[in-house]
Ligand binder design. Structure first.
Ligand SMILES: [Zn+2]
Length: 397
């Protein structure tokens, strides 16, 4: 996997070691004359930022940097980004980083053009006012080039952004087809410096995207197919990327699997994300780590609805025991190998807010609507309590 690949599904993708070298040329071809580079503050002194700035300078592309964003970007971060975008008379965006940078850049893009965009295209509003995706109005959003430095969110291939509403302590999901970046550069060299713990957490986020999409009841066979192969890539590469961060083949495999996951979850997510979103907003824990811990508890709660599909998946993965139990064993084994805690209690959460968590999970319709089976607030509360205590058990319907 050392050569350069060009794909245009669902957008233009360049994939391979040192694909970053194409950045300035792509900016010119896309008519990006003065991009705002959005990244998180932790990236400023790191190698990917140095490389990227050098390529833009060599290509004579003028740009400014905006990095005033939190680990989970907030509506306030987006507002500051829009002010920077307008003050610098920028015409386009480059996002470098993990999901935070991608989501912040998308929020800035939408709000710079439509001041009420975060409200109009928030998921609950879309469901209410736009029953058909064809009803999304053309906005002419600024062109965006995305360069992920983690392999997890897949936000570079998504049309959504997750933003924290600090006042409400919830996460808001915005969606518009034009939020899909014009060009995505998947360069595994940019992910080499990711520490082992983050490699595990972000990789498990990607795995959760694939599994939840695969188990979603929506009809979308293309996404189902992508999910199955994405899970196989993670089976092949995640442990290697975790063990040796310099392994470029494993890094590239995880970057591709993560990007594929965002295409797969056009089919929907599920109960893991419905729980992880409010927990992330309330307790400020890493999204991927929350998903990694929650995943087996939600799978067990969904077991009756998904066991046949999971058995088919287990056969494709050539697991020694190709059924639901065998798949769960594989998942728990991999989680342990990656050093992921088994319970939410181990990362400091307790069950005091279980009722609130259950209500918020049901209310997160961007995820809960496509869970494999219908779970009410009481069921989500029970799953949360199970995950806090480390008890893998069915919940009462
Ligand atoms: Zn996720």
């Amino acid at each position: 996997m050392s050569s350069l690949h060009y794909w245009n599904y669902p957008t233009e993708i360049f994939c391979g070691a040192d694909a970053l070298a194409l950045l300035a040329e792509r900016c010119t071809l896309l008519g990006m004359r003065n991009p705002l580079l959005v990244t998180d503050p932790g990236m400023l002194a790191l190698e990917p930022m140095t490389l990227l700035q050098a390529h833009l300078q060599q290509g004579a592309i003028p740009f400014a940097v905006f990095s005033d964003i939190a680990g989970n970007p907030s509506l306030e971060d987006v507002a500051r980004g829009v002010a920077a975008f307008k003050a610098g008379k920028h015409d386009s965006l480059i996002a470098l980083g993990g999901g935070s940078a991608m989501d912040a850049a998308k929020g800035i893009s939408l709000t710079a053009v439509a001041s009420d965009g975060l409200q109009r295209f928030e998921w609950s509003q879309i469901i209410e006012h736009y029953p058909s995706l064809a009803d999304f109005p053309h906005l002419g959003l600024p062109k965006l080039i995305a360069l992920p430095t983690t392999a997890g969110t897949g936000s570079e291939l998504g049309r959504e952004a997750v933003l924290t509403d600090s006042a409400q302590q919830i996460k808001r999901v915005i969606s518009h087809p034009e939020l899909l970046p014009a060009t995505v550069i998947l360069d595994p060299v940019l992910t080499r410096g990711l520490p082992a713990g983050l490699t595990a957490a972000t990789g498990m986020d990607a795995l959760t995207h694939h599994i939840e999409a695969f188990c979603s009841p929506l009809y979308h066979p293309m996404s189902s197919g992508i999910a199955v192969e994405g899970i196989r890539l993670i089976q092949q590469h995640l442990a290697d990327a975790h063990r040796d961060g310099q392994n470029i083949v494993a890094r590239e495999g995880m970057l591709v699997a993560s990007a594929m996951a965002a295409v797969a979850f056009q089919k929907g997510l599920g109960g893991v994300h419905a729980l992880a979103h409010p927990l992330g907003a309330r307790y400020h824990k890493h999204h991927g780590l929350l998903n990694a811990i929650l995943l087996p508890y939600v799978l067990v709660a969904n077991q009756a609805a998904i066991s046949q599909d999971i058995a088919r998946l287990a056969r494709y993965l050539e697991l020694p025991r190709p059924d639901f139990t065998g798949f769960l064993d594989w998942l728990l084994g991999m989680r342990e190998q990656l050093g992921i805690p088994h319970s939410l209690g181990e990362i400091g959460l307790d069950a005091q807010e279980a009722a609130w968590v259950g209500e918020q999970a049901v209310a997160d319709i961007s995820s809960s609507d496509t869970n494999a089976c219908v779970l009410d607030a009481a069921a989500y509360s029970q799953i949360f309590r199970n995950a806090v205590g480390g008890v893998l058990a069915q919940v009462q319907p």
